[in-house]
Design a protein. Structure first.
Lengths: 75, 159
């Protein structure tokens, strides 16, 4: 999947991936896709919760080794 | 019509390093989730927004049997001089290892994300802390101001 921007949250723990994701989305335009790479094991459910609460759609989640990769489309 | 924003109101009443984290983490996360958030800093909690203190909060091992220790450790030894400094150094090291932000960094994050930060006015009066001692963006108000915000909150926490 193509992304307009990539955010590296590897090595960061809760709540930093969410806080940084929010900040990154603020710099983007509606419809653009943000790719987030994280290693926090809680980030899977956190990203889903963030997405459902804020309306920024979580369009794909995958695991690349020990890294979780999320694609979020800006509302 | 825009949906009404969710709201969270937190009272931060503790001034130790460990107890500084939950209100600041929850507030910054809530703000990132578009939740309108306010923290009311009262009693020792005011240290979290006191420029002279917030970078050097401490955690004491005495009377805290949950304190992690590299070696088995009778809790009473926590009274020895230097034990609080040692426990603080250890906890700061543990926090750094998992890349957690520091208290000043968290306060900056809260301010930047629009968390309303209120310092309790009678606490300032009692402890002699001045408005100039507080970090930028903190307002000084009393219980009524906090309650006015909290009465419309979806979550209210006392920490």
């Amino acid at each position: 999947m193509d992304a307009n921007k990539t955010l590296d949250c590897k090595g960061l723990n809760c709540p930093m991936p969410i806080v940084k994701t929010k900040k990154a989305l603020e710099t983007m335009n509606t419809g653009e896709v943000l790719r987030i790479e994280a290693t926090d094991k809680g980030s899977k459910s956190d990203m889903a919760a963030f997405s459902s609460r804020t309306g920024n759609e979580l369009i794909e989640v995958k695991e690349e080794g020990s890294t979780f990769v999320y694609f979020i489309r800006k509302k | 019509m825009e949906e009404k924003k969710k709201r969270m109101a937190i009272i931060a009443s503790k001034g130790t390093l460990d107890m500084a984290m939950p209100p600041l983490f929850l507030a910054s996360t809530a703000a990132a989730m578009d939740v309108e958030t306010a923290i009311f800093f009262t009693f020792y909690g005011v240290d979290l927004v006191n420029k002279k203190k917030y970078a050097s909060l401490q955690v004491a091992p005495i009377a805290n049997p949950a304190m992690p220790s590299p070696v088995p450790f009778p809790n009473i030894l926590g009274v020895l001089p230097g034990m609080t400094a040692m426990a603080t150094m250890m906890m700061k090291g543990m926090m750094k290892k998992i890349n957690w932000p520091t208290v000043p960094e968290l306060i900056d994050m809260c301010r930047e994300s629009g968390v309303k930060m209120i310092a309790c006015s009678p606490t300032l009066e009692m402890t002699g802390v001045k408005k100039e001692d507080l970090v930028e963006g903190v307002t000084v108000a009393g219980a009524a101001e906090f309650l006015n915000f909290a009465l419309d909150a979806d979550i209210t926490l006392f920490i």
